[in-house]
Design a binder for this molecule. Structure first.
Ligand SMILES: O=C(CO)COP(=O)(O)O
Length: 254
């Protein structure tokens, strides 16, 4: 089964109302390949989700950056999966390293969140990735496999999951993984899925790369066979995000 190239823009905790509207205008005016070539999802902070959804072109979609682990209720400050579904938000990013590391989200907690969000009908961008210390000690694959296992233990249907490999040392640092480094981990992750989940899931699940992706480095990364797209932070707030979306055509031609 073909894996449609996927480009996500994670706006993180950035933007004023005016800035957000400006980004949406830029996106709406851009000429990009059609949806069968590239799936584009942008993820504004919660407070801007509705306005972005209402203003954004219909071939691009929106994602929340998090949601609560179970059904909503007395959980001050949280936003439930049901609320996102109610607002027509199709996607959610879960397990981002900033939440794992700054907010102590464990592998199991992320697995629980992914399972609950999927059960409510959301599509999930599930993030995994190692720290610099873990890479230097040679445990990259053990770390990302454990993170993926905690998700796989809870998920039976992978058709609504995109796996994002985001090495922590590459996020917001300008230190992008080389295409070879990204390809190595992506192919290992696909092998992990093949051995532990199944051949069909391994072949059809998109594994996207995140960490200092920009307009200049995206094309070479996109040529790698197991890189099925990107999750972009800083550059997704800038016009060069359009160039990153367009790198999908590189993929089509390889
Ligand atoms: O964390 C990221 C996307 O989720 C990547 O962030 P940067 O593109 O800013 O490195």
């Amino acid at each position: 089964m073909g894996r449609t190239f996927f480009v996500g823009g994670n706006w993180k905790c950035n933007g004023t109302f005016d800035e957000v509207k400006k980004i949406v205008t830029t996106l709406n005016e851009a000429e990009v390949p059609s949806e069968d070539v590239v799936e584009v999802v942008v993820s504004p902070p919660f407070v801007f989700l509705s306005v972005v959804k209402s203003l954004l072109r219909s071939d691009f979609h929106v994602a929340a950056q998090n949601c609560w682990v179970r059904k909503g209720g007395a959980f001050t400050g949280e936003v439930s999966a049901e609320m996102l579904v109610n607002l027509g938000i199709p996607w959610v990013i879960l397990g981002h390293s900033e939440r794992r590391l700054l907010l102590n989200e464990s592998n199991e907690f992320v697995g629980d969140k992914v399972a609950y969000a999927l059960s409510q009908g959301l599509k999930v961008i599930a993030c995994v990735g190692e720290t610099l210390e873990q890479r230097e000690s040679g445990s990259t694959m053990a770390v990302v496999a454990a993170q993926t296992k905690a998700i796989a233990d809870q998920v039976s249907n992978w058709s609504n999951v995109v796996l994002a490999y985001e090495p922590v040392w590459a996020i917001g640092t300008g230190k992008v993984a080389t295409p070879a480094q990204a390809q190595d981990v992506h192919s290992e992750l696909r092998k992990w899925l093949q051995d532990n989940v199944g051949a069909e899931v391994a072949a059809s699940t998109r594994i996207i790369y995140g960490g200092s992706v920009n307009g200049a480095n995206c094309k070479e990364l996109a040529t790698k066979p197991d890189v099925d797209g990107f999750l972009v932070g800083g550059a997704s707030l800038k016009p060069e995000f359009i160039d990153i979306i367009k790198s999908a055509t590189v993929k089509k031609n390889v």
